[in-house]
Ligand binder design. Structure first.
Ligand SMILES: *Cc1c(COP(=O)(O)O)cnc(C)c1O
Length: 356
């Protein structure tokens, strides 16, 4: 029996994506070949790539003056590629530090230019998203992390700032409609909401291609990927195929507005129980609570190990909190069905009863 998978990433994908991608490993679309053995220049793969890009453009309503790129190396590679491609040595990037991923992005950026952390919730254990900060108008860009996977905070408004915005959306991309025009770069590792690990999505405003003046390695140059439709070298064919299957699933169920409603329903259900049940307490402040990664702790620290043991018969997987936060983290990505959240809520209620 399949487990209720609350793992933070790589994470659950729609069941039909598991089935269709497994079938494609045996034989892709009746062509007598596996997806794993076809050329990345074949007409079959070209069709997969084109449809993936078209669906991303359609679902996110990406404006025409943006390029959609498929890269490798995860979001961590983008912590480097973004400043390498955008920031000149004498220029400054602003950061809002909301999680250790934002910290990492800032640290890597120092290798290429100047950085300034203009707001941080680190001293408060990243329980909130800082809101009262002033952007340095002379900075080249502002870097944000829309969903903070480890600490469970998220922002939902695509605000306009006086300088271009770069956003790490690794853990909430495709979970809600996004106003892409408010960002110069959106980037996301695929393995939370988009597909399997091994592929990274970058959406970049065309006017920024080739911006930084340093001589660039071709493999690290966004404009090479844009010019070659992300086929400068062999891309991860299978990983892109899992993205396509997930994107088709998203479109069929009604797109991002419908996805957002489902995600709200799941998050509301779990947060209500966390707030109601005296044995548990949420980590993030209410107004910044993530819909994707729901962090909570046991009110009595002794209950932490007990509850992790208690949920095993419920077939619940992956709710242990990240090592620096402790407690529990229930990741409720797009593909997690509400039925799984219902099982977790039931386990929390049964746990309460078992202690009464
Ligand atoms: C998972 C995650 C990362 C790390 O992604 P990799 O693909 O492992 O490099 C970075 N940022 C955020 C917000 C994440 O959720």
């Amino acid at each position: 029996m399949k487990k209720h998978n609350f793992g933070a990433g790589p994470s659950i994908l729609p069941q039909e994506v598991f089935e269709q991608s497994a079938q494609a490993c045996i034989e892709y679309d009746g062509i007598g070949l596996s997806i794993l053995e076809i050329s990345h220049r074949s007409k079959e793969f070209t069709a997969i790539l084109d449809e993936s890009m078209a669906l991303i453009k359609e679902l996110l309503q990406v404006p025409d003056d943006y390029s959609i790129l498929f890269l490798q190396g995860g979001a961590n590679m983008q912590f480097n590629m973004i400043p390498y491609n955008i920031l000149n040595e004498e220029e400054t990037a602003n950061f809002v530090e909301t999680d250790i991923w934002a910290t990492r992005a800032e640290e890597e950026t120092r290798l290429y230019g100047k950085t300034n952390i203009i707001a941080s919730s680190k001293v408060d254990n990243f329980t909130y998203i800082p809101k009262d900060f002033t952007v340095d108008k002379n900075a080249t860009y502002l870097h944000l992390t829309s969903n903070n996977t480890i600490y469970g905070t998220e922002f939902f408004d695509d605000k306009a700032y006086p300088i271009p915005v770069v956003c790490d959306m690794s853990s909430d991309i495709f979970s809600r409609p996004v106003d892409v025009s408010k960002y110069h770069i959106i980037y996301a590792g695929a393995q939370k909401n988009l597909g399997c690990s091994g592929i990274t999505l970058v959406i970049i405003k065309n006017e920024w291609l080739g911006r930084a003046k340093r001589p660039k390695s071709k493999m690290w140059d966004y404009s090479i990927y844009a010019k070659n439709n992300s086929l400068y070298n062999t891309p991860p064919v299978f990983a892109i195929y899992t993205c396509l299957l997930t994107l088709r699933w998203l479109k069929n169920l009604g797109g991002l507005a419908e996805m957002e409603q489902r995600n709200i329903a799941k998050a509301d259900l779990l947060y209500s129980e966390i707030d109601r049940n005296p044995l548990f307490k949420g980590h993030a402040v209410k107004e910044d609570r993530s819909r994707m990664n729901i962090n909570f702790i046991a009110t009595n620290p002794d209950d932490e190990a007990l509850f992790l043991e208690f949920v095993k018969p419920y077939n619940i997987h992956g709710i242990k909190g990240y090592r620096t936060v402790g407690g529990f983290r229930a990741s409720c990505y797009n593909a997690l069905p509400i039925e799984s959240v219902e099982v977790l809520v039931k386990a929390m209620q049964d746990f309460e009863r078992s202690k009464a």
